[in-house]
Design a protein around this ligand. Structure first.
Ligand code: ADP
Ligand code: MG
Length: 339
């Protein structure tokens, strides 16, 4: 008797789902990134019961044709890369082509989309990865993905979802990062029927920071910018008197991706020198833009780290930029000694 056999595709997909679907927030992240990749200028997000019961992401991006919509639900189908070399100049979030198919394989999904050249849209009804219905409708260009009963067909894994309030909080934190990172995209975020965030009518990043951190006021925010040929580092930091006891107020984005990378957070804090008391951390929104060839994003979807070709330049640049912002903070005088 031969003990080794190939796993059925169905089983392979369910196992792989454990990597993409690590919580409701990760489903939301993949769907919103798809909307941004599709060039949306408005994205509406709705969740119920922390996302465990229902997640909706609606956008006004390019949409898909019927053929594309069907393909998008198959494993490893993407419109974003074709060759391995394409990874070197990647300008989208997605490239693996596994998110939609994986999420669809462990949920009940409605995928509704209207393509650029189409007048008729299609809704695909999917259960555990199988398309069980197609309906046509008239609607505006864009895509809506609705996910019901996440992990309903892998009950053991569904048990590992956190409580409704924790799942919901993680989704809200994910939304905060999207709102800060993509300030030219409008977001509406509804949680259990309540409007949590609506960026329509806000102008600029400062407004968004103040919406997310209502404890701050406009005069707490110090802008900074540092530009060289290879990179641009800019953003906002708070005065050293406006701090938090943890790093949750530190938002660092590399080419639009949220990262949690100790060296970067530390460089930001070092910019404050002595002005930052031990155990205190600033609020900050930092955008690091670098040539895609200088940074490796070909890492695990859930990893919050990136690899820089020359990290020292970035870290020094960030520290210097923050330092000059603090130094120039007009009426605010504090002695910043070199570390
Ligand atoms: P990836 O983003 O890595 O390409 P996904 O599984 O997330 O893989 O999506 C598969 C494909 O489906 C995408 O490459 C894109 O062409 C299409 N797609 C997914 N979501 C959207 C959307 N919101 N609008 C338009 N096209 C989409
Ligand atoms: Mg994707």
């Amino acid at each position: 008797m031969i003990r080794i056999h190939e796993l059925p595709g169905e089983v392979v997909r369910k196992i792989a789902a454990g990597e993409v679907v690590t919580g409701c927030y990760s489903v939301l992240k993949e769907l919103v990134e798809n909307s941004i990749d599709a060039g949306a200028s408005f994205v509406e997000i709705e969740i119920r019961s922390g996302g465990k019961e229902y997640i909706k992401v609606r956008d006004n991006g390019t949409g898909m044709t019927l053929e594309e919509a069907r393909l998008s639900l198959k494993p490893h189908t993407t419109s974003k890369i074709a060759t391995i070399e394409d990874l070197d100049s990647l300008s989208t979030f997605g490239f693996r082509g596994e998110a939609l198919s994986t999420i669809a394989s462990v949920s009940r999904m409605l995928l509704s989309t209207v393509g650029v050249e189409d007048t008729l849209g299609v809704t695909l009804e999917v259960t555990a990865g199988e398309v069980i219905g197609e309906k046509f409708f008239n609607g505006a260009r864009g895509t809506t993905v609705e996910v019901f009963d996440l992990l309903f067909n892998t009950p053991a894994r569904r048990k590992f979802l956190k409580s409704v309030s924790i799942e919901g909080r993680m989704v809200t934190e994910m939304m905060q990062r999207f709102i800060l990172s993509f300030h030219s995209v409008d977001f509406l975020y509804i949680r259990d029927g309540q409007k949590v965030y609506d960026t329509r009518g806000l102008t600029g990043i400062e407004d968004r920071v103040l919406m997310i951190y209502p404890e701050l006021s406009r005069r707490d925010l110090l802008p900074f910018k540092e530009e060289t040929r290879e990179m641009r580092i800019e953003g906002l930091v708070t005065l050293p008197v406006r701090t938090k006891r943890n790093r949750m107020g530190e938002n660092i984005f590399v080419n639009g991706r949220y990262v949690r990378q100790f060296e970067l957070n530390y460089a930001l804090e070092r910019g404050y020198g002595e002005a930052l008391e031990k155990g205190n951390f600033p609020f900050a929104v930092v955008f690091i833009q670098i040539d895609p060839v200088e940074v490796d994003v070909n890492i695990h979807p859930q990893k919050l780290e990136v690899k820089f070709a020359s990290p020292a330049t970035i870290l020094e640049g960030l520290k210097r930029a923050v330092r000059s912002a603090i130094r120039n903070a007009g009426s605010f005088s504090i002695d910043i000694r070199p570390p």
